[in-house]
Design a protein. Structure first.
Lengths: 181, 204
């Protein structure tokens, strides 16, 4: 008789403790994932997406985003980001020939200009100067050389704009649908 | 039952936050800068070492040149050397002259042009703090004193003061001022061309 009573009591009592423990584990895991994503998105590694504010003026132009870190220009093109090295070597016509200026401004006579890694970017922007402009995201390591870099574009009458951005922070341009880069 | 409801709502909230952060990223809607010329007069500001320091380039240039007198064609080289040797100091700034002479014989008459620049460097003091991210009351006073119709603010910004510049620019823009900026390397002087021919300050 006593054995029968014990079995009945065990059947009536359903122990929730193991399920609560599983639930706590699940919540803990979700919390970890959520906090990790939050840290990635808004913490030290957060990126910035720049969305142009509407510009009703008739001369509105489409920005072409170029990151500048002092050595490399990263062109956010239609084909994806392209990393271009800037060597600060310039060629100028002089007295019927060409003069090459190196990084330190030393001049040497040469037979003609040589191609630069930046040529594809400038060749893209130059014929589109009426509709596009170069928008530079300038990183702290590129502050001291930025004006020299930007002059490459300004010398070709390409309009520019610039915005500082933290050294390691990713940046992207979020253009409205239908706008071309 | 109450436990189940609470847990379910909690999980849904977590998932909602997760999806929002993942999908949204940190998209910033902003007026993207584009350089434009302006007829307004520049109010020069140094934004470095966690501090915003305004300066009057015209007054400083006058102080640099005043002891040197007026140059002539024959004294141009000496005048330029003397100008380049000039130094001024204020509480927060170091100012140096930089000049060179360009001779011109193309028109048949010998001529000389003195190209004058002023190099302005912000001198940090002990109370400077690069971690400062918002402009102080002095900047608000500056905005109140200046005329947004005839003047615009031009910042020289060093890498340690990017958040401060952004905050100051937002305040200036809200107050109706045009704003331009130029990046400077750490401890690099700002170069202001006084004799024309240099790059003009623009708003963005």
């Amino acid at each position: 008789m006593a054995t029968g009573n014990t079995q009945s009591a065990e059947l009536d009592h359903f122990d929730l403790l193991p399920f609560i423990a599983i639930m706590m584990c699940l919540l803990g895991t979700l919390l970890l994932v959520t906090m990790s994503m939050a840290a990635i998105n808004i913490g030290a590694g957060a990126g910035e997406g720049w969305v142009p504010a509407p510009d009703p003026s008739p001369g509105a132009k489409t920005p072409v985003l170029i990151e500048w870190d002092g050595k490399y220009a990263i062109w956010h093109s239609e084909k994806g980001p392209q990393k271009l090295e800037e060597d600060f070597i310039e060629f100028t016509k002089f007295g019927g020939g060409w003069v090459r200026f190196d990084q330190n401004g030393r001049a040497t006579r040469v037979t003609g200009p040589q191609p630069s890694a930046l040529d594809p970017l400038i060749d893209y922007l130059e014929p589109r100067r009426q509709t596009h402009y170069a928008l530079f995201a300038v990183r702290p390591s590129g502050f001291s050389t930025f004006r020299r870099f930007a002059s490459r574009f300004e010398d070709r009458n390409i309009e520019t704009g610039s915005e500082p951005i933290d050294q390691g922070k990713p940046v992207r341009l979020v253009l409205p649908k239908g706008a071309s880069r | 039952m109450a436990d189940m409801v609470t847990n379910t709502v909690g999980i849904m909230l977590f998932i909602l936050i997760f999806v929002s952060l993942s999908a949204g990223g940190a998209v910033v809607s902003r007026h993207l800068p584009r350089e434009r010329s302006t007829k307004a007069k520049a109010v020069w500001l140094f934004c470095s070492h966690g501090e915003i320091v305004p300066f009057d380039a015209a007054v400083l240039a006058e102080q640099l040149e005043k002891p040197l007198g007026v140059p002539s064609f024959y004294s141009a080289s000496q005048w330029a050397r003397n100008y380049s040797a000039r130094r001024l100091e204020t509480d927060q700034l170091e100012i140096a002259g930089d000049a060179k002479v360009e001779y011109d014989n193309d028109s048949g008459q010998a001529g000389a042009t003195i190209v004058r620049n002023m190099l302005v460097r912000h001198r940090p003091n002990q109370r400077d703090d690069a971690a400062v991210k918002t402009p102080g009351p002095d900047f608000q006073t500056l905005l109140a004193e200046r005329n947004k119709e005839t003047e615009f603010l031009f910042f020289f910004v060093t890498p340690d003061s990017i958040p401060l510049f952004r905050a100051a620019r937002d305040r200036a823009t809200q107050a109706g001022f045009g704003v331009g900026w130029s990046p400077l390397g750490a401890d690099e002087p700002a170069r202001i061309t006084l004799s024309g021919g240099g790059r003009e300050a623009t708003i963005q």
